[in-house]
Design a protein around this ligand. Structure first.
Ligand code: HEM
Length: 519
């Protein structure tokens, strides 16, 4: 699978407990507002869905332009994108953006997470979206727009009239129209406990359910875009009633119909991308090696650290007798037997728990050149209990070396550091480079642009008798692209070695694993 899938899967699945990526926290509970006071009358889950809609809404599927490309970040000063939702959401997503996670993927993943956090259905997620570098077309539907304008706009984005009704109803089941931002639609709603004057679309404004349809049909809806005092801005009324309520009646008919319909149209919205962008499935992984790291100390001692994550919903229910063993290379290279996982978390909505089996064990130099390791999982529940053996690749002749790398601030507060790598003496090395991927701020959007800075590394002696040579960047020097500890922590490094006409890469090592020492 493409390497970026592992990173997106981490954000999707590790949503609680050990190794939590931290995305779900932004929308838990569904009514939570992560950018300010809980009395603001705003909720982040609804904002995350709305920002996805505004990013998508100007797609032109025939022309192959627009859609989910994070161009919304460059368009927030437009009247059609007014309101706090856009920049609030991108501010939260900003630190997740790196070499493998685009802002456009975060916007899509945000909607998956938000719908789940509001007790809605699980939307299948694909990754691989590419961030736009220039603003896209105008044309996000506005509440003043006519029905014909809205039908035409959705059609250009690939949605027929029925799908337009479905998508709008699914979007308008959570959240509010706010007086602060839309005083032409909502009035007299601002109170000390609702300072932006949010008025929900239905009676369950923090539940992803079909009340948006049932209350619309029984005339109890509070939806300001249906019953608001301003007839011009009753866009939901015009849209919902445009097929004589046939679609809304279907959505109201059962919770299940509403769920499956919303999964269908949300998936279609999130997977609308510019021509040439290919998306890949990101599904939970049953057995996942995590944060693998080889290390060689100055005396030549080699260690292998990391964790094996098991998912309860994919064949690994809780079992206190389960053991996990690692063999580096073949069974001669046994490292250690790990006891039952003590580090656990709860993975994404209904997908059960994550069980982390952590390891840190010495590797015999005889086995250090192996390009794979074997994981043996034993259930130990009885005589015929299951044993599974899986083999995983490991980049072992060239790798980032945390123990010789440093990150610190000098006396003036400037960030300085050393990037170090271990390179096998068996290679005929012609160059060693640290390719640093730094999310660099872009003027005009809160979506950073991940930029690569290449730092040449020089040989700095043998690492004991390990068979590895130490390569380093200039010691405790300024690191190109890294201006603050904050962006150092969000950066990753690839060790790229040319040797004997081949290229070896130790990919995507996060600098956040380094211990930071203050000057
Ligand atoms: C013609 C189509 C649409 C129009 C004119 C429209 C208009 C609006 C307006 C005026 C607001 C109030 C924003 C605020 O006060 O902060 C809003 C909120 C919202 N819209 Fe739409 N919308 C449309 C379709 C959609 C669709 C298809 C989705 C699907 C995801 C969606 C999702 C949302 C959400 C979740 C909110 C609540 C935001 C919050 O509470 O912060 N909208 N919409």
């Amino acid at each position: 699978r493409p390497a970026f899938v592992d990173e997106l899967e981490h954000i999707l699945v590790d949503t609680d407990g050990f190794n939590d990526a931290g995305l779900k926290r932004g929308v838990t509970p569904c009514s939570f507002y992560n950018q300010g006071l809980q009395t603001a009358g705003r909720m982040s889950s609804a904002q995350w869905m709305r920002v996805a809609f505004h990013d998508f809404a100007t797609a032109d599927v025939k022309a192959g332009t627009g859609g989910m490309d994070a161009s919304i970040g460059l368009e927030t000063n437009r009247e059609e994108n007014k309101g706090a939702a856009m920049n609030d959401s991108l501010t939260f997503f900003n630190p997740f953006v790196n070499k493998y996670t685009s802002m456009a993927d975060m916007i899509a993943l945000g909607t998956v997470m938000a719908v789940g956090a509001c007790a809605g259905p699980l939307i299948p997620f694909k990754g691989g979206r590419v961030d736009a570098t220039v603003p896209g077309a105008f044309g996000v539907p506005e509440p003043e727009g006519s029905l014909a304008t809205h039908i035409a706009r959705f059609a250009t984005a690939g949605f027929n009239q029925q799908e337009m009704i479905q998508l709008t109803a699914c979007g308008h089941t959570v959240g509010s129209v706010h007086q602060g931002g839309f005083p032409n639609i909502v009035q007299n709603a601002e109170t000390p406990n609702n300072t932006n004057g949010g008025v929900h679309f239905d009676d369950t404004g923090d539940v992803f359910d079909n009340h948006v349809a049932t209350t619309y049909l029984d005339n109890t809806t509070p939806n300001p875009l249906v019953v608001g005092f301003n007839v011009t801005t009753r866009s939901d009324l015009r849209i919902f009633s445009s097929d004589s309520n046939v679609t809304m009646k279907t959505l109201a008919s059962s919770a299940n119909v509403f769920s499956t319909t919303c999964v269908k149209v949300f998936t279609k919205m999130l997977n609308t991308v510019p021509r040439g962008v290919a998306l890949t499935d990101v599904s939970p992984i049953a057995v996942k090696p995590v944060n693998l790291q080889l290390n060689v100390d100055a005396k030549g001692g080699i260690t292998f650290n990391g964790a094996i994550r098991l998912l309860s919903s994919m064949g690994f229910p809780a079992n206190s007798r389960r053991t996990v063993q690692i063999f580096f290379g073949d069974s001669e290279g046994v490292l250690a037997t790990f006891n039952p996982a003590t580090n656990t978390g709860t993975s994404l909505f209904g997908r059960g728990d994550t069980f982390y089996h952590l390891f840190s064990a010495p590797v015999d130099a005889r086995h250090a050149s192996s390009s794979s390791f074997v994981v043996v999982i034993s259930e130990n529940t009885g005589r015929y209990s299951a044993v599974q053996t899986l083999k995983f690749p490991i980049q072992s002749n060239v790798f980032f070396l945390p123990s010789s790398s440093t990150l610190t601030t000098d006396s003036t507060g400037k960030v300085v550091g050393t990037i170090a790598a271990a390179v096998s003496k068996s290679l005929k090395v012609s160059s060693v480079t640290a390719a640093l991927d730094v999310p660099v701020a872009v003027i005009g959007t809160l979506a950073p642009h991940t930029t690569t800075f290449n730092i040449p590394l020089k040989a700095a002696g043998d690492l004991g008798n390990s068979g590895f040579t130490l390569y380093t960047s200039p010691a405790n020097a300024a690191i190109p692209g890294v201006t603050t500890l904050h962006n150092a922590f969000l950066s990753s490094v690839d060790i790229v070695v040319s040797a004997g006409g081949k290229t070896f890469i130790d990919d995507f090592k996060k600098l956040s694993i380094l211990n930071v020492t203050a000057a």
